[in-house]
Design a protein around this ligand. Structure first.
Ligand code: ATP
Length: 564
């Protein structure tokens, strides 16, 4: 098919903002495309050379495309640079340059979709010395044989900025309309969620539309991940999930979908990119723990020598790193906390209820420091869920993920079967509180040797009243600084004038003031502030060395905040 047919469709799609119209234009385009070029057309409509998990970058910079344009059009490079600076769109510069091209060539080889597709693929594989030059010549050749309109889209594609402004889902609409009907888009989408390669899907839809219904998860091909909604109270979560749910710690890691294949393991990110080259040790740890022939999902985390989980930032340093990888691997070992199984025993498990999937997952392997399942609590009790959230926050997690007991794995969908449950710091309590440290609780795990949580108090005319147990928001540096500051303040008895119910592991001289943020003020049977008020889900912000206990927040102010 002539590449011009494709660029005419691009141009028409750019003229409208209506999704329905775009879908119809796509449907017509798919209809006109011969089967062997369908995959290319579908990918090119997204400006891609393949699916996310097998992506190839063309890797041409705006600067080198401008040089190519100068060569292909005979225009002066300096002039093109000026136009580009004004227009900001390489496509328009290309179109204009080629429209005013001094002389038209006598003979042109036809510019077909296949030719463009193959050439762009060759370009993407070019590396090493002279590769820029070769890319440059190849693009010039294509530009030479195309129309000015072709040049507009070729150049945009070459620099990775096709930007037609629509996503894969509109292509799904287009495919339904072209080869089935609009009413059947659900089936096409379900197939895409299980096999997110739009080129493959286009070919299959054209060849045998009805067979899309039979598309299943396939080891080696990542499926689109399930996503959750968000709530900030245990009551609301339980109500949404039918009165009882499985709450899991929500780790601050990197989501990994692992395909354990007989020939080796492949790891995919949340956006379906191939992570395998960056995390060979994650693959190895999973291979040692799990049998081949399964797809599992979990969070990859960095692990320190004591087996404690460290946050995402540590592991993030690894992404994209190619050089010095071996040394880096030794420095930060990685572990995985698994939360789902998506394929086992030769079939997908998406329609299996969550609790059964979890049992299946647990039966697959024996947990170790490196590979284990997420910490989970099944409960129908709000209080228990809330306490579990506090434990998770204290252990450095961001919150909990609540999972509906009978929920299936809805690939590619966001729904109430998964709910992110964490305190909402934007709500009632706009103001921070400056409270005094009066006690400390020994830290466990990653916080071993430090004060893992602190008993905080507000001021009264005669002394202090406890207002919360502060156990979240500390960085490793904060923990060390607080320990250095608090150890010399230890005392054997509670401070004079302190009203308390909750006994810490150690008491401190009331001297250090900390600023903290809370989700809200609530009535509390444990804390004594104002006769029974507490800050819920407190988070540490910083030390207030400029404040003394006498200028800390008063119990009366906390009660006033509650009444507000
Ligand atoms: P989303 O993925 O929902 O678009 P996001 O990327 O901002 O949003 P969050 O909403 O903060 O992430 O949380 C969802 C993510 O939490 C998941 O994608 C997963 O990486 C991570 N996660 C951590 N622990 C769990 C768990 N136990 N179960 C499911 N997901 C978990």
């Amino acid at each position: 098919m002539d590449y011009g047919r494709l660029t005419a469709a691009y141009a028409a799609m750019e003229q409208t903002r209506s999704r329905l119209e775009i879908a119809s234009l796509l449907a017509e385009l798919f209809h006109d495309t011969p089967p062997e070029e369908l995959a290319a057309v579908a990918h090119l409509c997204l400006g891609q050379l393949g699916p996310a998990y097998d992506s190839r970058e063309i890797g041409l910079s705006d600067k080198s495309v401008l040089r190519t344009l100068a060569l292909a059009s005979g225009a002066a490079l300096a002039e093109l640079q000026v136009t580009y600076a004004e227009a900001g769109d390489i496509g328009l510069v290309a179109e204009e340059a080629l429209a005013t091209k001094a002389q038209q060539p006598l003979f042109e080889a036809p510019l077909t979709v296949s030719r463009v597709w193959k050439r762009l693929h060759t370009l993407s594989r070019e590396t090493g010395t002279g590769s820029q030059e070769r890319k440059f010549r190849a693009l010039a050749e294509l530009l030479h044989d195309g129309t000015p309109q072709d040049a507009r889209y070729l150049c945009r594609t070459a620099v990775g900025k096709l930007r037609l402004g629509f996503s894969q889902m509109l292509l799904v609409d287009g495919l339904a309309e072209a080869f089935g009907s609009r009413e059947e888009r659900g089936m096409v989408e379900a197939a895409y969620n299980r096999h997110p390669d739009i080129g493959w899907l286009a070919q299959r839809a054209a060849a045998d539309f009805g067979s899309l219904d039979a598309v299943r998860v396939e080891p080696g091909i990542p499926l689109r991940p399930m996503l959750g909604e968000r709530l900030s109270s245990a009551e609301a979560v339980l109500e949404k999930q039918g009165g009882e749910a499985c709450f899991e710690w929500k780790y601050d890691g990197l989501r990994v979908q692992a395909h354990l294949l007989p020939g080796g393991t492949r790891l995919f990110s949340r956006s379906l990119e191939d992570l395998t080259p960056q995390f060979p040790d994650v693959a190895e740890a999973l291979e040692q723990a799990l049998p081949a022939g399964v797809i599992v999902e979990g969070e990859a985390l960095a692990i320190d020598e004591a087996g404690n989980l460290l946050p995402f930032q540590v592991i993030a340093r690894r992404r994209g790193r190619k050089h010095g990888l071996a040394e880096k691997l030794k420095e930060i070992p990685v572990g995985v906390r698994l939360f789902d199984v998506l394929y086992a025993d030769g079939q997908e498990t998406l329609d299996t209820p969550f609790v059964t999937r979890r049992e299946q997952l647990e039966a697959l392997f024996t947990p170790s420091d490196r590979v284990a399942c997420t910490t989970l609590l099944r409960t129908a009790d709000e209080g228990e869920a809330e306490q579990f959230l506090l434990d998770a926050l204290e252990s450095g997690c961001e919150g909990l993920m609540a999972k509906a007991l009978d929920g299936g794995y809805r690939a590619g969908a966001r729904g109430w079967q998964w709910i992110k449950y964490k305190p909402d710091y934007r709500s009632d309590l706009a103001d921070t509180i400056d409270a005094v440290v009066v006690g400390g609780f020994h830290g466990r795990g990653r916080r071993g040797g430090f004060w893992g949580a602190l008993l905080m108090a507000t001021r009264t005319p005669t002394g202090f009243e406890t207002v919360c147990k502060l156990g979240s928001g500390f960085s490793d540096e904060d923990l060390a600084a607080l320990k250095a500051r608090l150890d010399p303040l230890r005392r054997s008895e509670p401070p004079l004038g302190l009203e308390w119910n909750l006994e810490p592991d150690a008491w401190f001289e009331p001297e250090l003031v900390l600023e903290l943020l809370g989700a809200e003020i609530s009535r509390s049977p444990i804390h004594t502030c104002g006769g029974g008020y507490a800050v819920r889900f407190p988070r540490y912000k910083r030390q207030r060395d400029d404040k003394t206990p006498e200028t800390a927040t008063g119990s009366d102010e906390v009660v006033a905040m509650f009444k507000q």
